[in-house]
Design a protein around this ligand. Structure first.
Ligand code: ZN
Length: 163
């Protein structure tokens, strides 16, 4: 959809499209943070900074003109890889996201669509095949594949632009 010439799009930190998708502390850092208590603090600090920067980038998007804007967050993946035994900490980070989305909802226009998609789930720090999605409108998709969203999004945008 980012290559569709009829759609004005912005993508930030999107894996494959943007080479700055993953923060520095990821990668080897994720595994190191599981066993190294000192590094775990640096890792979590990195997670918090990422959240602050990337949420601010989303707010900045509201001042720009586009049809589709996509932001990628590593935070919830990163936190669950390292703190999978600490359910309260994980809940706390989900709550931070909930509050961010609730605030974002107040700032968008009535006909704006927010779509939140996870590309996988996690169990005890390991990726699972199933993710989740959520939206401020009814999409009517039951058990979609992640690639199904491309067509849906393109249709919604082009219908709106009457192309
Ligand atoms: Zn992961």
């Amino acid at each position: 959809m980012f290559d569709n010439k009829n759609i004005r799009s912005i993508h930030l930190h999107v894996p494959v499209y943007d080479n700055n998708a993953f923060p520095e502390y990821r990668g080897v850092g994720t595994y190191r943070a599981v066993s190294d208590k000192y590094y775990r603090k640096i890792y979590e600090k990195g997670c918090k900074e990422e959240f602050k920067e990337r949420t601010q980038e989303v707010y900045n998007l509201l001042k720009k003109d586009w049809d589709i804007a996509m932001q990628y967050f590593f935070l919830l993946d990163g936190i669950q890889h390292v703190f999978f035994k600490n359910k309260l900490k994980i809940m706390d980070y989900y709550m931070k996201f909930n509050m961010f989305i609730a605030d974002l909802m107040k700032k968008i226009n009535d006909d704006d669509v927010i779509l939140i998609i996870s590309d996988h789930g996690q169990e005890r720090g390991i990726h699972t095949d199933y993710g989740f999605y959520s939206s401020n409108i009814k999409l009517g998709m039951k058990n979609p594949n992640i690639s199904d969203f491309k067509e849906l999004i393109e249709k919604m945008v082009l219908k709106n632009k009457k192309i």
